[in-house]
Design a protein around this ligand. Structure first.
Ligand code: SF4
Length: 472
C-alpha cells in the first residue's frame, strides 16, 4: 500500500498558519473600515473544477473574506480555468480581460488564475506576458497552497507564478464552502493514467491518486447527517479508484461501504471508463439501496478503428457487453454517454459506426462534442477532419439522438417518479425543476418549501431533454 501521494498533516498545518495570518489581516481591515474584504470565485469546466472551487471558496472564507457574487464588489478574484477545449480557454481569457477594468477602479484588487489551463506552460506564459494585471497563478497540483501563495503575493507585492509541483498529491481536510446545502460533490480520486490521445487531462491533472476509503466514508457520513440528499463521487476515472495506491479495496467495495450509511439520499458517481467498468460494480449498484440507477459511460466513438486511434483500450463489443449486463441487472437504468465527432482520420464509414451504436444502445442522453485539437496531445498532430465535415456530422448526430431521447422519455409518461427539487426553474418562473433518480430534468408546478426536498411527480409529457409532470 503506498500513501506517499497523501499530503502530510504538517503540510496541511503549514497552510493553516497562512490561513490564520490572512484571517488576522482581514479581521483588522474589517475592524478599521467596517467592511469585510470580498472574494469572488469564477469557475470554468467540469464537476471536478466545481469541487475544487468549493475548496478555494472554503479557504477564502477561512482567511476572513466574505464570498461575493459580483466581481465588482471583490477584493480578491479567483478564476478556476479549464483546458478541455480551446473554447473553454478562450472564454476564461476573455473574462480575465474584463477584470482588468475592475482593477483599474480598485488597484488593491488581487486577481489569481488557477486550474487546468494554467497547468500548461504555454498558457502560464501567456498570462505572464499578456495579462500583467493577474497577480498570481497556480496549477491543479498546487490548489492546497492557495493561502500560502496569496500571503506571499501580498507580502512581496510581486506577481507570483507557482512552479508546477513535481508531486501531484491528495490534500485532505481543506476547508470547503459548498454551493448547495442538499447536493454535494465528493472527490474520491484525482488525475488520470489513461492518456486518451485527444485528452489534455493527464498532462494538467497528473497521475491517478486516490483518497483513503475511511476519509471518503467520514465525509459522506457527515453530509448525510447534515441533510444532503444527492451526493456525487468524482474522479476522472472513478472505476479505477484505489488501483493506483495498492489499497486493499476497489471502487465497488467503496460503494458497498457507502451504501451502508443510513438515510434518505441518492449516491451517484462520475466519470466512468468502459475499460474498468466491471460486473462487480454493476452488481453492487443493482443490490444497493442508495446508488442511483444512472450510469454515465463515455463511448466517444462507435468505430473500433477510431477507438484504437483514441487509445481508449476497449472496442464496441466490450462496450455492448457492459451495457447488456447493466440492463439485465438494472432494467430501469438511465444510460448517458460522451461522443466526439470528427476525431482525426474519422471517415464517413467510421461515423456511420457511431450512428449505428446510437441506434443499438439507445442512450437516454448524450454529451456530444466536435473534436478540438489540444496542444501537446498526440491527436493534435494527426491529419484533421475539415471543419465543415465535422459540423455536418455533428448536426446529423444531434438529430438522431434527439429522436432517440424523445422516444426514451416518452416511455416515462404516466409514470410516477421521485424528483429532488431545485426550486424555481431558471428558464420558466412559473415552474419548479429538479432531477429524477435517473438524473433526468423534470419540470412541475411546485411550492417554495419543495426546494431541496424529494417530491413525487406524475409525468404528463416529455421532450428529448426533459420531463413535464404534476406534483402528487
Ligand atoms: S479517461 Fe481519457 S478522456 Fe478521460 S480524463 Fe482520462 S485521458 Fe481524458
Amino acid at each position: 500500500m503506498n500513501k506517499k501521494h497523501i499530503l502530510s498533516p504538517e503540510e496541511i498545518l503549514a497552510q493553516k498558519t497562512y490561513i490564520e495570518q490572512m484571517r488576522r489581516e482581514n479581521d483588522a481591515y474589517a475592524a478599521q473600515t467596517g467592511k469585510r474584504r470580498g472574494a469572488f470565485v469564477m469557475t470554468f469546466g467540469c464537476q471536478q473544477n466545481e469541487a475544487d472551487s468549493e475548496k478555494i471558496a472554503g479557504m477564502a472564507k477561512s482567511m476572513g473574506y466574505s464570498l461575493v457574487t459580483d466581481p465588482e464588489c471583490a477584493d480578491l478574484i479567483m478564476v478556476n480555468t479549464c483546458a478541455i477545449r480551446e473554447h473553454a480557454e478562450q472564454k476564461a481569457l476573455s473574462i480575465i480581460v474584463k477584470y482588468k477594468h475592475i482593477k483599474a477602479k480598485n488597484p488593491d484588487l488581487v486577481i489569481g488564475v488557477c486550474g487546468c489551463m494554467v497547468a500548461q506552460e504555454h498558457r502560464k506564459n501567456d498570462i505572464k506576458f499578456r495579462y500583467p494585471y493577474v497577480d498570481f497563478v497556480f496549477g491543479t497540483a498546487s490548489l492546497h497552497r492557495f493561502p500560502q501563495l496569496l500571503c506571499q503575493k501580498l507580502e512581496k507585492g510581486k506577481r507570483l507564478y507557482c512552479p508546477e509541483e513535481t508531486e501531484y498529491t491528495v490534500a485532505e481536510d481543506l476547508p470547503i464552502h459548498r454551493e448547495s446545502d442538499y447536493r454535494a460533490w465528493v472527490s474520491i480520486m484525482y488525475g488520470c493514467n489513461n492518456f486518451c490521445s485527444y485528452c489534455i487531462v493527464p498532462y494538467v491533472r497528473g497521475r491517478e491518486r486516490s483518497r483513503e476509503m475511511h476519509k471518503i466514508v467520514e465525509e459522506v457520513q457527515g453530509l448525510v447527517r447534515d441533510g444532503y440528499k444527492d451526493i456525487t463521487l468524482l474522479g476522472q476515472n472513478v472505476n479505477s479508484y484505489a488501483k493506483d495506491s495498492g489499497f486493499p479495496y476497489d471502487f465497488a467495495d467503496l460503494l458497498r461501504e457507502l451504501d451502508k450509511i443510513e438515510g434518505d439520499y441518492v449516491l451517484r458517481f462520475m466519470t466512468s471508463h468502459p475499460k474498468d467498468a466491471d460486473r462487480k460494480l454493476i452488481d453492487v449498484m443493482a443490490d444497493s439501496g442508495h446508488i442511483a440507477h444512472q450510469f454515465h459511460l463515455p463511448m466517444q466513438s462507435g468505430s473500433d478503428r477510431i477507438l484504437s486511434l483514441m487509445n481508449r483500450k476497449y472496442d464496441t463489443a466490450k462496450y455492448l457487453d457492459i451495457v447488456d449486463y447493466m440492463r439485465k441487472k438494472m432494467p430501469d437504468v438511465t444510460l448517458t454517454s460522451d461522443i466526439i465527432v470528427g476525431f482525426p482520420g474519422e471517415t464517413e464509414e467510421d461515423f456511420e459506426g457511431t450512428m449505428r451504436m446510437l441506434e443499438t444502445v439507445r442512450f437516454d442522453m448524450l454529451y456530444s462534442f466536435i473534436y478540438s485539437p489540444r496542444k501537446g496531445t498526440p491527436a493534435a498532430e494527426m491529419e484533421q477532419v475539415p471543419q465543415a465535415v465535422k459540423s455536418q456530422r455533428f448536426e446529423r448526430l444531434l438529430e438522431l439522438q434527439g429522436r432517440i431521447g424523445k422516444e426514451k422519455n416518452d416511455l416515462l409518461v404516466g409514470k410516477t417518479l421521485r424528483v429532488l427539487c431545485d426550486g424555481v426553474s431558471k428558464n420558466n418562473s412559473e415552474l419548479y425543476s429538479g432531477r429524477t433518480e435517473g438524473n433526468k430534468i423534470a419540470f412541475f408546478e411546485g411550492d417554495v418549501e419543495d426546494a431541496g426536498k424529494f417530491v413525487n411527480i406524475t409525468v404528463k409529457r416529455a421532450d428529448a431533454f426533459a420531463l413535464y409532470g404534476e406534483k402528487i
